[in-house]
Write a protein that binds this ligand. Sequence first.
Ligand code: RIB
Ligand code: CA
Length: 323
Amino acid sequence: MTKKVILDCDPGVDDALAIFLAVRSPALELLGITTVNGNVGIDQTTKNALIVLEQANASVPVYRGMKQPLEKPLYSSSDIHGKDGLGGVNLPESEQKEESLSAPDYLIEMGRKHKGQITLITVGPMTNVAVAIQKDPEAMKGYKEIISMGGGVGTGNITPVAEFNYWVDPEAVKIALEFGLPFTMLGLNVTHQTILTPNDFHFMRIVGGNEGKFISSIHQAYIDAYWRYGGYMGCVPHDSLAVAVAADPTLVETVHCHVDMATDGLTRGQSVADVLNAWNDKPKNVHVGMKVDRERFRDFIFTTLFPEHEQAYIQYKAFLSSQ
Ligand code: RIB
Ligand code: CA
């Protein structure tokens, strides 16, 4: 039984890999993509979603979302994902055009149409989700769950305590956390347990045909940024973990606890996860990702992207374990 999903994203290099996985995974039925301002502006994230779908040879409707956060000023991190948001590959626009419905209105429409069936995967700032909740809470109660890449337990990237997606629009996160849908948070504490190395992208380039070459090419500048900012020789597939967990929830161990969102000042964007159950009187509103099965996550990525090259992947794994 495939799981119906909508992917809300801000492509974004790691978003692009997540789109490929959501399109390719036999466990998922990708109904639509909604775009939001985040890694780059809304014009570019929307254009990039269409470009990535064209590269994946996939026909999935794309709905343009909010161009700025609910309250915070506009911000984008183009120095990580490149000015074009796809590692500076500057590909031409896709033939496919975006839909006329806005992302929040699409989310509302689908919440009503597929009551209790859709998993909403968010891998960018949660502005679209919050606007849809504010506009039609009853429709949004129709979603089965939210699986969100964002936040973290005791870690940050855009600040010492805040993760980028949640920092860009903390008010939106607070609305989503308090809304009451089953919510799984895959924060930096768990995404940083994983890494894709230059070898991995070289393997993709060798076995993956044009798709492998595209995925590898958009990640080169991203890997450079990880070396520049964190001394990593590789990059973290943050957004892919959210798609992977939608396809196979057993990939991550979670703690069910209370999570709140700091919206202003020094700790703006910090997800405060009560994993110690210090506030035992507060509602346990989030399943917080704590540990990922790294090997099975890597297997998910490579076998989902290149199912016809499983033997080559087995050979590559044997090479890696011989090093
Ligand atoms: O902090 C990582 C998140 O911020 C990822 O979703 C990445 O695409 C950026 O949006
Ligand atoms: Ca993202």
